[in-house]
Design a protein. Structure first.
Length: 211
């Protein structure tokens, strides 16, 4: 049987010093371009407009939720995921999940849902820099794979939500969309650095635009 990639991610997650992976970034940060909105619109606009519309609806809902400072919970993610997929219910997966053509397996144990909810609560730990919290929760969604479909889209919405709670929006999100592996500690830390770079880049562009 394929090795449990989720167990590998949990080990990697605990090995990384998220508090020092990146420095503090400016917040709030206004974007001159709605990078996430553009990304959502591009997700199937030419071939499947309904898919893009659903994702944009989920983005709008997530931003409304951020304006009310709703805690990041599994129930909140399920609300967005119902919009993403256009279905009435999205239960937490009941069995193992697979990705990358079956090369990564995310096992389901009696503790998987509880552990995932704990990880979501970690996103509010202000002792950890914002970019690290956003990157880490993105990978949590990707590797816990909580739902049967749409987890990559949900991971991006979740990353953006953590930023949105701090008043940060990005000019671009495309660079975040690269293949990630559960056992790659260096890659996970690099994602935090990339989020930090995108925050600073957006901030600098906004300052230049004002002058």
């Amino acid at each position: 049987m394929t090795a449990d990639a989720l167990a590998a991610w949990c080990r990697v997650r605990n090995q990384i010093d998220w508090t020092s992976a990146v420095g503090e970034t400016p917040a709030p940060v206004e974007a001159t371009v709605d990078g996430l909105g553009n990304w959502c619109d591009a997700q199937g606009r030419s071939s499947n407009p309904a898919r893009a519309d659903r994702l944009l609806a989920a983005l709008a809902q997530s931003r409304a939720d951020a304006s009310h400072k709703r805690p990041l919970t599994l129930a909140l993610l399920a609300e967005w995921q119902r919009l993403v997929l256009g279905v009435p219910e999205v239960p937490f997966r009941q069995g193992d999940a697979f990705a990358k053509g079956g090369r990564e397996r995310y096992a389901r144990t009696p503790h998987t849902q509880r552990d995932f909810e704990h990880c979501l609560r970690d996103s509010a730990d202000l002792r950890v820099p914002l970019a690290s919290r956003a990157a880490r929760v993105y990978l949590d969604v990707a590797f816990f794979h909580p739902f049967t479909d749409g987890n990559a889209r949900l991971a991006m919405l979740t990353l953006a939500y953590v930023l949105e709670l701090e008043g940060v929006r990005l000019n671009e999100t495309g660079p975040l969309q690269t293949t990630r592996y559960a056992d790659d500690a260096a890659g996970a830390a690099d994602l935090a650095v990339l989020v930090s770079v995108l925050i600073r880049s957006t901030h600098h562009r906004t300052i230049r635009a004002r002058h």
